[in-house]
Design a protein around this ligand. Structure first.
Ligand code: MG
Ligand code: NI
Length: 480
């Protein structure tokens, strides 16, 4: 009777996962599962806290994506308190968002993804990592480490803290930007732009042509896409309406406040990750041949749903990408290419914001008063559309909290891409380390942050504690 191949841990992703691949008697793939072996549970324990604390508490969901939660949460508290924040406060938040995006995209491309392409998918694992890159391309490696540190330093200058920030507050931004700080930031942003320009050119001219057959086949599935655009369809990573595209390229635009009319969260008993899906299409199914309601977020999704990009260099790259791969582009490894277009956009956008005279205005926040209300806020996070949804009582205490995290939207697609990759690569029981790494590559393309994404405590999967005596007999089972 068949066997199960286990990949554990899945490497070069944020958070912890294992993949199980069940083979049938003939050694072909019968089924696959991506297990996420952790639980964060913030949806539950934010309840009962004063809502103004949530922009600080929710940063603790993840040390990798604190800025995304910080900003989405601050926007949600603005909505709860019913205030419109000053332009300068909004621009400082945008600036931090763009810098955080750059830090994350550089990290993912060079440290997590590039070893598969630069060393090769079946290179020995001892060199298929960032140290292999540093050895093979020492100048690029040094530059990458330097620019990531620069991005963190920029966030410190603007907000006081690069990780677990507290500067975005209900009603705006607590710390105006000083002119001398701005003068320090500008050359740093230029250095980020240089690396962004180099990265997309290098990937476009050297990496993707070499691997184009893999790009066109590995982990490819057909899904819809979700992202944020302005009223005229321009990509926006901080604010705008949601655009939900189906696999055939048709789309609907809707205000964030209506998200529950479009998106529902399916629950499976074997994972703490929920499965958001487009509920208008019918009952959730991630069957490879007949998926229902499946859509993707993150870089490829944003490039697919956007009509254009607001900055000139990124817009040029956007046009190259679209003419080459069409709309919507479905190949999963194109997430990497789209990520580098976004890296370029964020570098350009950061410089634009720093050159905006209003960025140093002292008018960065308004006062807020507690009230009973529901507020919904979102931002595009490096890893996908991030929605926070809070309700408060008249004292401003949180009575309900729902988070839909970027990676959560991609839960079903990641499972499907793994199944597609395993099924097409493993035949007659034949596989090796290179093939299993290619299954992992199908996950890595999505840049999942699993630590961010595990909040299902709705009861269908209980936190279960089995107590056994010294002979292994079950004495008691405790469940939530
Ligand atoms: Mg949720
Ligand atoms: Ni995260």
């Amino acid at each position: 009777m068949g066997k199960t191949i286990t990949i554990q841990p899945v490497t070069r992703i944020e958070g912890h996962a294992k993949v199980e691949i069940d083979l049938d008697d003939a050694g072909n793939v019968a089924d696959t599962r991506v297990h996420v072996v952790e639980l964060r549970g913030f949806e539950r324990f934010c309840i009962g806290r004063p809502v103004e604390e949530l922009p600080r508490i929710t940063t603790r969901i993840c040390g990798v994506c604190p800025w995304s939660h910080h900003l989405a949460s601050a926007k949600t508290t603005d909505a709860v308190f019913g205030v419109t924040i000053p332009e300068a406060g909004m621009k400082l938040r945008r600036l931090c968002n763009s810098i955080a995006f750059m830090e994350e995209h550089i990290l993912h491309f060079y440290f997590l993804a590039a070893p598969d392409f630069i060393m090769g998918p079946d290179a020995d694992y001892s060199v298929r990592n960032v140290f292999g890159i540093l050895q093979k391309m020492p100048d690029v490696g040094r530059k990458v480490v330097r620019v990531r540190a620069l991005a963190a330093h920029m966030l410190e200058i603007i907000s006081g803290k690069a990780i677990h920030p507290s500067a975005a507050v209900p009603g705006g931004f607590s710390k105006p930007l000083m002119e001398d700080e701005k003068q320090k930031l500008l050359p740093m942003a230029e250095e980020c732009l240089d690396l962004a320009k180099f990265s997309i050119k290098y990937a476009r001219d050297e990496i993707f042509p070499k691997y184009i057959d893999t790009v066109k086949t590995l982990g490819v599935i057909k899904t819809g896409f979700l992202g944020t655009v302005t009223d005229d369809g321009t990509m926006d990573l901080y604010e705008g309406k949601l655009r939900l595209m189906s696999a055939d390229g048709n789309y609907d635009d809707f205000p964030l406040e209506n998200y529950t009319d479009f998106i529902s969260e399916h629950i499976e008993p074997w994972t703490y990750l929920k499965f958001p899906y487009d509920k208008r299409q019918g009952a959730f199914s991630m069957d490879l041949d007949n998926p229902v309601g499946i859509y993707r977020t993150n870089t490829l999704a944003r490039i697919n749903v956007a009509d254009k990009i607001a900055t000139p260099l990124a817009q040029e790259e956007f046009q190259v990408f679209r003419s080459e791969f069409g709309r919507p582009a479905q190949a999963t490894l194109l997430y990497h290419w789209a990520r580098l277009i976004e890296l370029l956009y964020n570098a350009e956008h950061a410089i634009e914001l720093l050159n905006d005279p209003e960025i140093t205005s002292l008018d960065t926040r308004v006062k807020v008063e507690p009230r009973a209300a529901r507020g919904i806020g979102h931002t595009e996070a490096p890893r996908g559309t991030l929605i926070h949804d809070y309700e408060t009582d008249e004292n401003g205490m949180v009575t309900n909290c729902n988070l839909i995290v970027g990676t959560t939207h991609n839960n079903a697609p990641i499972n499907m891409s793994v199944k597609q990759a395993a099924t097409s690569l493993i035949k007659n029981g034949q596989y090796d380390q290179g093939i299993l790494n290619m299954v992992e590559m199908a996950i890595r393309a999505y840049d999942p942050c699993l630590s961010c994404a595990t909040h299902n405590l709705d009861g269908s999967i209980a936190v279960k504690l089995t107590i056994r005596d010294s002979d292994g007999n079950v004495v008691d089972v405790l469940k939530n």
